[in-house]
Ligand binder design. Structure first.
Ligand SMILES: Cc1cc2nc3c(=O)[nH]c(=O)nc-3n(C[C@H](O)[C@H](O)[C@H](O)COP(=O)(O)OP(=O)(O)OC[C@H]3O[C@@H](n4cnc5c(N)ncnc54)[C@H](O)[C@@H]3O)c2cc1C
Length: 456
């Protein structure tokens, strides 16, 4: 039973915990309860910075037996604030930070509290990678459980396509190893099914070789023609090239001439996983779409895609996620028109898929949108609660204008969109299979602070 208003910290029940129990009277309570997104201000009864697997089991047992709502936090980037709770317990995994690399075997065991940039940095000297998303501070666990669509998606597939195994603690407090041979149904479900099935304590990845890489930011002026052209080129590019094109007002960046600040641009991340000459060939048509306003794309180590972040950055934003076949002239015109007529920071983000991501059979993992060609997100920043509702309605209307025909969603980018949208993340038989597996591993829905799949 959930008791969201409960405030008495369960200190007695948690007395055996080896990690840190941070309660409201602790000097670090406010810093510890803060999550990535602004506008989320929940006060847990206790945040348990777990030290080991036994701590995870202990907190799960306490939440179950004492009726506390339970949140699980890795990198803290949940779009919907799921990694914290009002009056409940938080399993905070950030102190589980070990990375064990076997460079010869091309595998690594990675603790659940590690972030994308931490693992990418540890792998850099070996010229090995796992593909994550466009933010280095996102938790490896959170992004993997949702699928993981990022800079290397066309070359190496989603993050889950590099997952070999995971250790979890399930709702009954048991420690389970899930891989293709053991608890294979659980292993299928956690590759896209989110945090519904247990607390992942570590993950084993297959490492990919990346001896040569070219990447960085390319800024082009945005017009209906360049938007459609960018989309078409991204879809037709060799699969070594993955792009993330953000159509948005240009931020006031030092490397961008002041006259362009605030003008609509395609702010693109270009990532080519291959040799320098092939990269130049693949990038040339993008550079020819229009005279670039800034071109920082160059050969260099892949870790360069994750520049240092401001740890105090707390954006308040709403977003809507969808899949499309591409952005034709009409859709490009719609994007241009909506963004031109609105105010504040707003964006349409275009991510071409295909390549290795599309070669995995749709039923091989709980991420089943393998045939979708492009992921699009509309997003807007807001100021205060009233503005939030206005912006939320705007991003939804904008999304419908781009994609009126298909409601499919990528779970990693869902916010508080509601049950129908969660269902849209899992097409066909995927949903029924997830519900069955949820019933097996979490029959009381202890793990429900997530894009929730309720047990049958
Ligand atoms: C700025 C930004 C950029 C992003 N870019 C991308 C991108 O390029 N590609 C992409 O695919 N996604 C992207 N995302 C989405 C991101 O992958 C998800 O929000 C993800 O859930 C964040 O993981 P986390 O560990 O940082 O977050 P947390 O808030 O710690 O976790 C989110 C949820 O995941 C579950 N969870 C996390 N860790 C565990 C665990 N160890 N065991 C069980 N459940 C767990 C819990 O339900 C938790 O509430 C981005 C998000 C942000 C905010």
């Amino acid at each position: 039973m959930s008791s969201p208003t409960r405030t008495t910290p369960p200190l007695t029940a948690l007395s055996g915990v080896q990690g840190h129990v941070v309660t409201p009277d602790h000097p670090n309570y406010d810093a510890t309860r803060t999550v990535f997104y602004g506008g989320i201000d929940k006060r847990p009864a206790a945040i348990i910075r777990v030290a080991d697997v036994a701590d995870v089991s202990r907190v799960i047992k306490t939440a179950r037996d004492e009726g506390f709502e339970l949140a699980v936090r890795s990198g803290g980037h949940s779009v919907s604030g799921h990694s914290t709770t009002e009056g409940g317990l938080v399993i905070d995994l950030r102190d589980l930070s070990k990375i064990e690399i076997d460079a010869d075997a091309r595998t690594a065991w990675v603790d659940a509290g590690v972030t994308a940039v931490q693992l990418t940095g540890a792998l850099a000297p070996h010229k090995l990678v796992v593909g994550f998303g466009d933010s280095g501070s996102v938790g490896v666990s959170g992004i993997t459980l949702g699928g993981g669509i990022g800079f290397l998606v066309r070359k190496f597939g989603l993050t889950i396509d590099s997952l070999l195994a995971a250790d979890l603690v399930t709702a009954d407090g048991q420690h389970v190893r899930a891989d293709e041979q053991h608890d294979a149904d659980l292993f299928w479900a956690i590759r896209g099914g989110g945090g519904n099935f247990g607390v992942v304590t570590r993950l084993q990845f297959r490492l990919r070789e990346l001896p040569h890489f070219t990447g960085g930011i390319l800024i082009l002026p945005a017009t209906p023609e360049t938007i459609a052209g960018f989309s078409a080129l991204s879809l037709a590019a060799p699969e070594e090239l993955s792009t993330i094109g953000n159509v948005m007002p240009a931020p006031p960046l030092p490397f961008l001439a002041a006259e362009h600040h605030g003008r609509l641009v395609i702010f693109a991340f270009m990532a080519f996983a291959g040799d320098d000459a092939a990269a130049e060939r693949a990038l040339a048509p993008f550079r020819a779409l229009a005279a670039p306003l800034a071109d920082m794309v160059k050969p260099g180590p892949y870790i360069g895609m994750y520049p240092p972040e401001d740890p105090n950055y707390r954006p308040t934003a709403v977003a809507r996620t969808m899949f499309v076949d591409g952005i034709d002239a009409a859709a490009a015109g719609t994007i241009y028109e909506y963004l031109t007529k609105s105010e504040g920071m707003r964006v349409a983000q275009l991510r071409a898929l295909g390549g290795a991501a599309a070669r995995v059979p749709a039923d091989a993992t709980a991420y089943a949108h393998r045939s979708k060609r492009m992921l699009v997100n509309t997003a807007a920043f807001y100021q205060g609660e009233a503005d939030r509702e206005v912006r939320k309605a705007w991003v939804a209307e904008f999304a419908r204008a781009i994609q009126p025909a298909d409601d499919s969603a990528y779970v990693g980018f869902l916010g508080d969109d509601g049950p129908a949208r969660i269902r849209s993340a899992y097409p066909g038989a995927t949903w029924e299979r997830l519900v069955r597996i949820k019933g097996k591993y979490d029959p009381t829905n202890l793990f429900r602070l997530n894009q929730n799949i309720r047990p049958a």
